[in-house]
Design a protein around this ligand. Structure first.
Ligand code: AMP
Length: 411
């Protein structure tokens, strides 16, 4: 049917059938956050425009051209939130959260708004999951936040994951580097895009993010902040890497990673999925923002956080191999139903998705049902109570000692 009205450009309806996968992402995130001691908090959908101008930075694309800003009846300038961190820091200051035990660990989720050119994976209203840790400059915080997002994306089964990691130093070391980079950009001005040239005084690091081939070629030999860290920043970064190495989190060091927001210091990172198109393949990213709370008028307080895009995660999951419908389906003749039931309970207790026939099917019917469910393996219990396990993809079958079923099937 066609209506005179449609959802505004770059926005979308979430239809009933589309809610379930979103709920899965939220539930997985809520569980991880609860285990790690992060409490949920929410801030308003709109804020004073000045908060973002100050907190995100005048030199950023977001503030420069992507904000949905309006004037209310009281002549105040308000903006639909384009990101979460500035508002959470505002709330931290406003509610004296520095008096709580530090660091304060919070997460949030909801809609965000940016006036971008709509395309696959890029919308004007989109949804983010957000995690922030405020009040500690320990590298443990950076590593924990990165590991949480890594756990979430891996646990959901996002394919083609890649983590890019770098350090931007602190405001003081970056000032000297900025001059060095600006001198380099001036030297190569002829090769740079018009847009980069126009704004290089305001935000020279942005040149690393340019999609323009000429600019990219010119930036290949540009000096990198990660090679100019002072001793304290370098040690902090080395500690973050050691913690990630110890946790077995794979990453790529990438000195061209600058992130689009002004407030970052020290660690920055982005997770991307190679299953997505190049122009929208970042699933989430973040970093440390030690100067931000002070910039917003609060006491000097370190902070670190990330945001991940729900729609990007869902798009990447659509590219994943379908998950098996059950890890194990247990088939048994009538006389052995009790044994099958007990085994299913035991397997579920060990974290496996286990099922059995609930409709009085014949043995053949049970096998067919296991196949239809997409079970990865089937346990076949015979009349005498002996068992075998069959791999449904290869058809390979082996004897199974029921006393050691959990051990065998969790392997
Ligand atoms: P950012 O604050 O730009 O680092 O954004 C964090 C994450 O939000 C990105 O990695 C994307 O997954 C998602 N995101 C940002 N902008 C958009 C957008 N316009 N449409 C959809 N997702 C977005």
């Amino acid at each position: 049917m066609s209506s005179r009205f449609q959802a505004p450009r770059g926005t979308f309806d979430i239809l009933p059938a589309e809610e379930a996968p979103r709920a899965t992402v939220h539930a997985a995130a809520a569980e991880l956050f609860a285990l790690a001691g992060y409490a949920r908090m929410d801030t308003p959908i709109f804020e004073d425009t000045a908060l973002f101008a100050r907190g995100v930075g005048e030199g950023t694309d977001i503030v420069h051209k992507e904000m949905f800003t309006f004037t209310d009846q009281g002549d105040r300038s308000l903006t639909l939130r384009p990101e979460a961190t500035a508002a959470i820091c505002r709330a931290y200051i406003e509610h004296w959260m520095h008096r709580l035990p530090q660091p304060v660990k919070v997460w949030s989720s909801g809609p965000f708004f940016r006036h971008e050119r709509p395309q696959a994976g890029r919308f004007r209203q989109f949804h983010q999951l957000d995690a922030e840790v405020i009040g500690s400059e320990s590298p443990l915080v950076d590593a924990e936040l990165i590991m949480l997002l890594d756990d979430l994306l891996r646990g959901l089964g996002v394919p083609g994951l890649r983590l890019r990691l770098s350090s931007l130093g602190t405001a003081a070391t970056r000032a000297a580097y900025r001059d060095e980079l600006l001198a380099y950009l001036r030297e190569h001005e002829a090769d740079l895009s018009e847009d980069v040239r126009r704004r290089m005084d305001e935000n020279p690091l942005r040149a690393f993010d340019s999609k323009d081939p000429g600019t990219q070629a010119a930036m290949a030999d540009a000096p990198r902040m990660v090679d100019r860290l002072d001793q304290a920043d370098a040690e902090h970064f080395a500690e973050v890497r050691t913690l990630l190495d110890r946790a077995g989190v794979a990453y790529v060091l990438d000195g061209t990673l600058v992130r689009g927001l002004d407030y970052y210091a020290r660690t920055v990172f982005e997770f991307e999925s190679e299953a997505l198109d190049a122009q929208a393949r970042t699933l989430g990213g973040g970093g440390r923002y030690d100067g931000l709370i002070e910039l917003l008028g609060g006491p000097a307080t370190p902070g670190c956080g990330w945001a991940a895009g729900i729609e990007r995660i869902l798009l990447a999951l659509e590219e994943a191999e379908p998950q098996p419908g059950a890890d194990v389906f247990v088939t048994a003749p009538d006389a052995q139903t009790g044994r099958a039931y007990a085994l299913v309970q035991e397997l579920r207790g060990a974290g496996l998705r286990a099922e059995l026939d609930l409709a009085g099917r014949s043995l053949k019917g049970q096998m067919k049902h296991a196949d239809r469910l997409g079970a990865r393996r089937t346990v076949i219990i015979d009349d005498g109570g002996k068992a075998a396990v069959r791999d449904m993809a290869s058809g390979e079958q082996a004897e199974l000692d029921l006393a050691r079923a959990v051990e065998t099937l969790t392997r």
